[in-house]
Design a protein around this ligand. Structure first.
Ligand code: MN9
Length: 291
């Protein structure tokens, strides 16, 4: 049974102190708070965690801490994607040993890889780690690094059980769905309802950190066929995300979570700090729509 990861997974943020080290106390308190919501899992060490700006040892430490603080029976997916296959395998083995349910990996995004090279990256990881793998389909350039034929080959592998589809191409999501009974996570939160309509079985998102209940409600409204409610929630979400994009998504999310009492600190360099003007805009957003 490949399709076993469904529902709402928060792409967990990493709180940092002034020296850009993981703030363990805040992480523990923040996880405790998020566990009060009816979510199915955490996606750990992804884009939202700023993991691509961390060293491997720090990424592994994050896996260890999140596992330790997650005291409820929810699923944990460790993102181990790296430019280096060896690093990805090393982090994957570590996450599996810690008891993570699955691993996930972005495609190596620096060199232009051929489809065969992309295939061998994923096959090398899963044949070494032998654990469930969720492909992370995201490309900042906007073009999918994968062809449909590549997806077909990937999903024939017994370990490759799902995809986090962070792409505006929802026709592609639907085509991927037709390849087999796999778990499909919608990746762009502003397209959550559209992604579900085209076949997503859940969602993984960064903006879930600032409004988890909205995604839980949207997902359940969709599943119970209450499209009007689902659409109304999606509209609210889109309005909020428009402001986040205007101010910078990750720094804004950290600022808003900090307003909820969890001091996330600043994003790692080279992310810029929020300007005073942006903070004013976000204060207003928080008061009007998020508190
Ligand atoms: O994890 C996130 N995508 C990336 C998913 O970080 C690349 C999304 O949650 C976006 O941040 C969000 C805003 O565009 O949809």
């Amino acid at each position: 049974m490949k399709n076993k990861y469904n529902g709402i997974y928060i792409a967990l943020m990493t709180p940092f102190d002034e020296k850009e080290n993981i703030n363990e106390k805040v992480l523990e308190a923040y996880i405790k708070y998020l566990l009060k919501f009816d979510i199915q899992g955490f996606y750990v060490g992804g884009s939202t965690a700023e993991a691509l700006m961390m060293q491997d040892e720090e990424r592994k430490n994050l896996f260890k801490l999140v596992k330790k603080y997650t005291t409820k029976d929810i699923k944990l997916i460790a993102h181990v994607g790296s430019l280096s296959t060896k690093s990805a395998i090393d982090m994957g083995l570590y996450a599996k040993e810690l008891g993570y349910d699955a691993i996930s990996a972005i495609v190596p995004f620096y060199y232009g890889l051929s489809q065969d090279e992309i295939l061998s990256y994923y096959f090398d990881i899963v044949s070494a780690v032998k654990h469930d793998m969720i492909i992370y389909n995201f490309s900042p350039s906007g073009n999918s690094p994968f062809t449909l034929q590549t997806f077909k080959k990937l999903f024939e592998n017994e370990h490759i059980v799902g995809i986090k589809h962070t792409s505006q191409n929802l026709f592609a999501l639907n085509q991927i769905k037709s390849l087999g009974n796999i778990s499909i996570f919608n990746g762009y939160d502003e397209l959550m309802l559209a992604g579900l309509s085209m076949g997503a079985t859940g969602g993984i998102g960064s903006t879930y950190n600032i409004m988890p209940q909205k995604y839980i409600d949207l997902y359940s409204a969709f599943n119970s066929g209450d499209m009007e409610k689902a659409k109304a929630i999606q509209d609210e979400i889109c309005e909020i995300i428009t402001t986040l994009i205007e101010c910078g998504v990750l720094p804004s999310e950290k600022y808003l979570v900090s307003k909820n009492g969890f001091d996330m600190g600043d994003c790692k360099k080279p992310f810029a700090k929020l300007t005073a003007d942006n903070k004013k805009i976000l204060d207003k957003l928080y008061e009007e729509k998020l508190s």
